[in-house]
Design a protein around this ligand. Structure first.
Ligand code: DLL
Length: 433
């Protein structure tokens, strides 16, 4: 099995810690002297760069949040003069100002290398033809993936999102073997391939899917549908974009490129560090970023870490599949519910598809939860009894998973709106003001 950068992906834990410590000291010194925001924050905490001697001192550094990025809009957190910034990306979010990220030439090179590592993990190489069907533009998905494919030396087909039939036709005509898009768009592409009856004409082998949470069950379904291997790719604009972590052929967690991004898991309420294999909020410190290095950035993503070496030979820490984001968590009748729990429950049942929507309403003071899910066509042609049996089975399984009674509505295939970017799974009609 090929590894893109064996020296960095397979080093011993001691070597990795030494590298991270040296890089951390450098980055802390850099932000202290070049970013007023960090200098003030560190002064408020009574810390000077000389107090940070290695990763064991990480816990003394202040956190950074999305609000800090917004408050310093647009360029307040840049650590280099604007003349050294060669690219800007931004994410809009649902409220307020965009969060803006700037990259130097070296940052772009690092990003390309990280994406090339991800593609290599998925078994792709320079002989492959890879379609990028993430959105191109301010979103990091399209351009981030694009330049990574070029760096690998493979052939990139910059599809962006939108015309799915054209994408499928080109997949056939160009002999496409790799595809990068969101998991929900991959499901839609699989449906279109089925509708067009061209499954036996595609040469697709591997897909890299991320930018939104998805479950193991969804991965298995889509792999089976297309006869491919689907890999989970993680990233966020504030830290880099796609390519912060990726899962390997063992599919037992996403390897973090720890030589560039130092991960921690904290309790989101107390901010205390948590041990390996305990779920909490993922926090990253940039170790090599020049344009906009961040200290202890709170991602809001909920997952756990392990430092056990992987059977693939890589020694880098791995993240477990994401449970969701702390701000995705719904509180329904006082119970904490993550959409991923509902997805996993749904897809454990034969005949359901990963096309679903969660609708939360409030009647008087009582919250109600409805799950609309598409089921295979045959249930609608079968006797009504079959449909009722399946509805009952699904509500029972969801209730077991989340501890709440749920109204389940089975709908016919292609009733729920498809997305070519991040899917909108939850419609929360409650008013909180
Ligand atoms: O979504 C970057 C990206 C593009 C990653 C393409 C992978 C592929 P943002 O728009 O800043 O950046 O959103 C980042 O998306 O904090 C997670 O909540 C979520 N996310 C990204 N990848 C995954 C994944 C891009 N594999 C936010 N699993 C992150 C679960 C993911 N959630």
């Amino acid at each position: 099995m090929a590894i893109w950068n064996e020296a960095k992906e397979c080093m011993s834990r001691d070597e990795m810690s030494a590298l991270q410590s040296a890089r951390l000291k450098k980055i802390v010194n850099n932000v202290y002297h070049n970013v007023e925001f960090y200098r003030k924050k560190m002064q408020q905490c009574g810390i000077e760069p000389g107090d940070i001697n290695g990763i064991e001192d990480l816990k003394n550094l202040p956190f950074t949040t999305k609000a800090d990025l917004r408050d310093n809009y647009p360029f307040g957190l840049f650590a280099v003069p604007k003349s050294q910034i060669v690219r800007i990306h931004a994410s809009s979010g649902t409220t307020g100002k965009s969060t803006v990220v700037g990259y130097t030439r070296k940052d772009i090179d690092t990003w390309c290398e990280c994406v090339a590592r991800c593609l290599t993990m998925a078994g792709l190489g320079k002989d492959d033809v890879i379609q990028v069907a993430y959105g191109y533009g301010l979103f990091t998905g399209g351009l981030g993936a694009h330049y990574g494919v070029e760096h690998l030396g493979a052939t990139v087909v910059p599809m962006s999102t939108g015309n799915t039939k054209k994408l499928v036709n080109m997949m056939i005509d160009f002999g496409v073997t790799g595809l990068m898009c969101t998991p929900s768009y991959l499901m839609h592409i699989a449906e279109v391939i089925e509708e067009m009856g061209v499954r036996d004409q595609i040469k697709l082998r591997a897909t890299l899917n991320g930018a939104e949470p998805w479950t193991e069950e969804m991965r298995r379904q889509v792999e089976e549908k297309l006869g491919i291997q689907a890999f989970d790719i993680y990233g966020l604009s504030e830290i880099m974009g796609p390519g912060v972590a990726n899962d390997c052929i063992m599919h037992s967690g996403m390897h973090v490129f720890e030589d560039h991004f130092l991960p921690e898991i904290i309790d989101p309420n107390t901010c205390e560090s948590l041990d390996d294999n305990v779920t909490g909020e993922l926090v990253f410190t940039s170790l090599t970023k020049e344009g906009m290095p961040l200290l202890r950035y709170r991602t809001r993503d909920l997952t756990s870490l392990t430092h056990e070496p992987c059977e693939c030979g890589r020694t880098t820490a791995r993240l477990s599949r994401f449970k969701g984001r702390s701000d995705d968590m719904l509180i329904i009748r006082g119970v904490n519910v993550f959409p991923s729990q509902i997805e996993a429950a749904l897809l454990s049942i034969n005949g359901t598809t990963p096309n679903y929507q969660i609708i939360v309403d409030r009647e008087g003071t009582l919250d109600s939860l409805q799950v609309r899910v598409e089921v295979e066509e045959k249930f609608f042609s079968d006797e009504i009894r079959e449909l009722e049996k399946l509805t009952k089975q699904i509500s029972h399984t969801i209730q077991q998973a989340i501890g709440l009674a749920t109204q389940v509505k089975l709908v016919e295939p292609k009733t729920i709106e498809r997305s070519d970017g991040k899917a909108k799974r939850v419609i929360d009609n409650r008013k909180f003001d």
